[in-house]
Ligand binder design. Structure first.
Ligand SMILES: Cc1cc2nc3c(=O)[nH]c(=O)nc-3n(C[C@H](O)[C@H](O)[C@H](O)COP(=O)(O)OP(=O)(O)OC[C@H]3O[C@@H](n4cnc5c(N)ncnc54)[C@H](O)[C@@H]3O)c2cc1C
Length: 427
């Protein structure tokens, strides 16, 4: 039987990092990368804002600073990003510090959703030139760890080493794999909050610092800021059987597209659950479904002016009354976020918004839109048997799906780390 040296499930940054990490040292390895999607490369398709500073994107339970920084340097050397300039940061930092808020200085690049697609095209071309089989539109359905076989919807692939990097969308798949292999996992952290959308002139810091990372008290932070040509989007979770729900998100196009004068970013609170209620995913699903129930199957949007008065928003808040700009995700239901979001989460986020409005005055203009829910699932972190994210014999679990990363560069770094584990086992 002809066994492929390494089969990688998922062409997101984690899978790509693993493939390039392996080929850098052992170009003779046979590698197959599968992706269920016809268009490859997972989260590189969305916005493609890359952070090159610890601890952004690195769960501290899996990484220490010096280790993460060593891998980040390798990611940066490989991707050769163009790091964006920052201005006037000292002014914002001073104001933040007075309020007990931290502004992290991050080295960032931004390709935009269209620029990300161009990067993917180059990376996939490079892998093909190196002899990697890229199997798009092929879904891994099952595996046999004993006989080292991956079953897809098209064939069976015998492997020597298996790397599974299915991203956040692959939780269910990963869970099935871990249950089958008897791999213990933890699932107790979730980030929940709102996405804020306003005119750029009311959050002008984005002209000085593209994606400012503010850390507020109570484990609350800003996340994923988009501007210039920025849009709020929704992601679908669940299915007809288990119940559908949505999380909002945001992205921007590259600087070659016309600007729309708006900015959006998330304010998220990290919730860590403890026994007996320890499933972050179940909790997130319940909150997502509650929001979908109140929003008639859609996320909810509310103008700050209405929220401050404790009133729900109506369609007219978006066309007349508090109208100032149109929402970029107009399919959301105008409503009352306070009826859906848990008090502890909403209080922390609102408190962060007030602090932010003092640091960057303008944010709390009545026309600013709050979208709910924005939920980030980071669960299902396996109990690894070594420091290279090996979860069982010949099996490595990496990327956001395995809880080893929370962003493009850290996902890529997790792939490099798994590649190193495999290379060591080969030597
Ligand atoms: C709208 C949006 C915007 C974002 N913007 C940014 C940003 O600007 N900067 C940033 O750092 N992060 C951003 N992120 C997060 C980032 O995309 C992820 O952190 C990163 O992509 C995780 O990489 P990954 O390789 O673990 O998984 P993914 O990138 O999700 O890739 C997983 C791949 O596995 C495939 N797959 C899943 N299951 C199977 C299966 N059974 N068989 C075959 N293939 C399978 C999927 O199709 C997918 O292509 C954003 C996310 C979203 C949703």
């Amino acid at each position: 039987m002809n066994r492929t040296d390494v089969v990688i499930i998922g062409t997101g940054p984690a899978g790509l990092g693993a493939a390039f990490g392996l080929l850098e040292k052992k170009p003779e390895l046979s590698i197959t990368i599968l992706d269920k999607s016809e268009v490859s490369s997972g989260g590189l398709r969305n916005d493609c804002k890359m952070n090159f500073t610890w601890p952004i994107g690195f769960p501290e339970s899996c990484w220490d600073q010096s280790q993460a920084e060593m891998y980040l340097r390798r990611v940066e050397d490989f991707l050769e990003p163009s790091i964006m300039d920052k201005k006037n940061v000292g002014r914002y930092t001073q104001r933040a510090e007075k309020l007990g808020v931290r502004l992290l200085e991050i080295r960032q690049s931004h390709l935009g959703t269209d620029g990300g697609l161009e990067l993917i095209r180059r990376l996939i071309g490079r892998l093909r030139d190196l002899g990697v089989e890229i199997a798009l539109g092929e879904k891994a359905k099952d595996f046999d760890l004993e006989s080292k076989l991956v079953r897809t919807d098209k064939r069976e692939i015998p492997y020597k080493q298996l790397i599974v990097a299915p991203g956040r969308g692959g939780f269910a798949f990963l869970q099935k794999l871990m249950n089958k292999a008897g791999i213990a996992y933890r699932d107790n952290i979730v980030d929940i909050g709102l996405r804020i959308e306003t005119r750029e002139e009311r959050y002008p810091i984005v002209r000085d610092y593209y994606d400012p990372k503010f850390y507020f008290p109570k484990k609350t932070r800003t996340f994923c800021t988009n501007s210039r040509s920025a849009y709020v989007v929704q992601e679908k979770y669940g299915d007809e059987d288990t119940g559908l729900w949505y999380s909002v998100n945001g992205h921007a196009w590259s600087s070659s597209r016309p600007e729309n004068g708006l900015t959006n970013f998330a304010i998220l609170k990290t919730v860590t659950l403890t026994a007996p209620l320890a499933s972050g995913q179940s909790y997130a699903r319940m909150l997502g479904m509650q929001a979908a129930l109140l929003g008639g199957g859609r996320p909810i949007m509310q103008r700050v002016g209405d929220f401050r008065l404790g009133k729900r928003s109506f369609a007219e808040s978006f066309t007349g009354d508090l109208y100032d700009f149109e929402p970029t995700l107009p399919s959301c239901t105008p409503g009352d976020i306070a009826l859906s979001a848990p008090g502890k989460i909403l209080n922390s986020v609102w408190n962060a918004m007030k602090l932010l409005d003092t640091i960057v005055p303008g944010l709390l203009h009545p026309s600013t839109i709050m979208y709910y829910p924005e939920i980030k699932l980071y669960a299902n972190r396996p109990a690894f048997v070594d420091e290279y994210f090996r979860a069982a014999e010949n099996l490595y679990l990496i990327g956001d799906g395995a809880g080893t990363s929370r962003g493009i560069t850290s996902a890529w770094a997790s792939g490099l780390r798994a590649a190193e584990g495999i290379l060591r086992s080969l030597n």
